[in-house]
Design a protein around this ligand. Structure first.
Ligand SMILES: [Zn+2]
Length: 142
């Protein structure tokens, strides 16, 4: 039996889940996938400027694991910046503290409040709640 990985807590709200270099069509771009736990680790240590030990506690992981997550995130972000790749934020073994929705039209994933009915990226109405492990599936308020 494989021991299930502990879920990493994500508290942050993120402004976007897809980034691309200007002037290059999406079809010609390579994409780096950054997971939500990696972005959260970057948010806590680089943006909020927390010590890694404090960030680790917030995410419910060991300090060493936090260090590894940050390192992996920095590597991916650096690769995207150096090579001119797109960055997509997706996945990760996380326990998200807010309701997450996914838009099948533009593949965007975003946190949304009760009653939100449109994708913030493409305005599609086809958004669906994301089924994350450990997170109660939010119902679309109608
Ligand atoms: Zn969309």
């Amino acid at each position: 039996m494989v021991r299930p990985r502990l879920r990493r807590r994500v508290h942050g709200e993120f402004g976007a889940t897809y980034f691309k270099p200007a002037g290059i069509p999406v079809r010609e771009l390579e994409t780096v996938s950054l997971t939500f736990d990696e972005l959260e680790a970057v948010r806590l240590t680089d943006f909020e400027e927390l010590y890694q030990a404090d960030a680790a506690e917030k995410m419910n992981v060991s300090r060493q694991t936090l260090g590894n997550i940050v390192k992996s995130a920095h590597k991916k972000i650096a690769e995207a910046l150096i090579k001119g790749m797109a960055i997509r934020i997706e996945g990760g073994t996380v326990e998200y503290m807010k309701n997450l929705y996914h838009c099948p039209e533009c593949e965007s994933t975003f946190p949304a409040g009760e009653g939100e009915e449109n994708c913030p990226d493409c305005n599609s109405e086809k958004i669906e709640p994301v089924d994350l492990p450990g997170v109660d599936k939010p119902r679309k308020a109608r």
